[in-house]
Design a binder for this molecule. Structure first.
Ligand SMILES: Cc1cc2nc3c(=O)[nH]c(=O)nc-3n(C[C@H](O)[C@H](O)[C@H](O)COP(=O)(O)O)c2cc1C
Length: 310
């Protein structure tokens, strides 16, 4: 896969996932084959005001192969300043969020609200591109309330984006219904820049369907939560010991974040792993209220032994 003049070994990307794509998770996905990893969405306003919470989300690791910081906002100059912010200097690329459908984001004119104002969307990309020498990408949906992907692709190209990721749903759809593979194929057919397909890839079949749209790469989000080895599975590479991966995820986070915070934070990742292992409801109940990371790990270790990778 060739993106922004750089050759990647495979075509798999880990999606930005607010509340999930922490540095430990990104490293585990990278070890399993994800070539490009995205940070959680970072507010341009929060970066401007030096927010500690946002800074904590900008930790990166050398084991990530190509690290992209995703920013959101609606003021082209604030977005350009965010792209230049020192705390993002360790990232290899800047991505702009034009897809988030969350009401609190849209009501501010950020995320998918910009799909309704394509000249502004273009201008944001243009100013960000001017502010950095790093590749700049745009993550979009196929439209706000209807399929408008051709105009969206044009607006991204006009702004100077190096590549686009298309989540095959409208803003109005949220996460409901099915991903529109035809709209993704259309985006690819009209685009002069690489197109990454995104949405509902969770196994070989859905991966093959996404590849049938002719996209340059495939981004995986929810399919990797609780199953970061999905990248190795799709690449037909050995996964290794699953519990070792869980330990890498946790140990890495422990080097950066306080135990008390991490104990609460990790519950949702542990639950996701437990779901993948088909753990019993008692186990999941324990994990969702656990006060000890080590106790949770002990239980997950036992559960992981019954789990077969396909
Ligand atoms: C919990 C959660 C958090 C997300 N956070 C972000 C985000 O920060 N930035 C973004 O562009 N998309 C975000 N998304 C959307 C995903 O990146 C992706 O586009 C979407 O989930 C569809 O892909 P999937 O079916 O592979 O998950 C999020 C989705 C979920 C479920």
């Amino acid at each position: 896969m060739l993106i922004a003049g750089k050759n990647f070994k495979n075509n798999l990307l880990l999606a930005p996932l607010a509340g999930f794509s922490d540095v430990g998770f990104r490293v585990v996905c990278s070890l399993q084959g994800a070539e490009i990893t995205f940070s959680e969405m970072l507010s341009a306003q929060a970066l401007k005001y030096d927010s500690k919470k946002t800074k904590d989300m900008t930790i990166v690791h050398a084991k990530e192969k190509f690290k992209v910081a995703q920013i959101f906002g609606h003021d082209p100059f604030d977005m350009a300043a965010a792209a230049k912010n020192e705390v993002l200097s360790k990232f290899d690329g800047i991505d702009i969020n034009f897809g988030c459908p969350a009401p609190k984001i849209v009501k501010n004119g950020d995320g998918s609200a910009l799909l309704k104002d394509l000249p502004l969307l273009s201008k944001i990309i243009y100013e960000v591109k001017k502010a950095t020498t790093k590749p700049v990408s745009a993550k979009v949906r196929i439209g706000y309330d209807k399929n408008d992907i051709v105009n969206i692709v044009r607006a991204c190209e006009d702004g100077g984006a190096d590549f686009i990721t298309v989540h095959g749903r409208t803003k109005t759809q949220g996460y409901s219904g099915f991903v529109d593979l035809e709209a993704i194929a259309l985006a690819k057919s009209v685009s002069s820049i690489p197109v990454i397909g995104n949405g509902d890839v969770k196994d070989f079949l859905s991966y093959k369907k996404m590849l049938s749209t002719n996209v340059d790469g495939v981004m995986i989000g929810r399919g990797a939560v609780g199953r970061p080895w999905i990248f190795a599975e799709l690449l037909s590479n050995p996964v290794g010991n699953i519990f070792d991966l869980l330990n890498i995820h946790v140990d890495l986070l422990r080097t950066y974040y306080p135990e008390k915070w991490l104990t609460l934070y990790l519950r949702k990742h542990f639950l996701a792993y437990a779901n993948t292992f088909n753990a019993k409801s008692d186990t999941k109940k324990f994990l969702s209220t656990s006060q000890s990371i080590d106790e949770s790990l002990k239980i997950l270790k036992a559960e992981s032994k019954h789990f077969d990778i396909f």
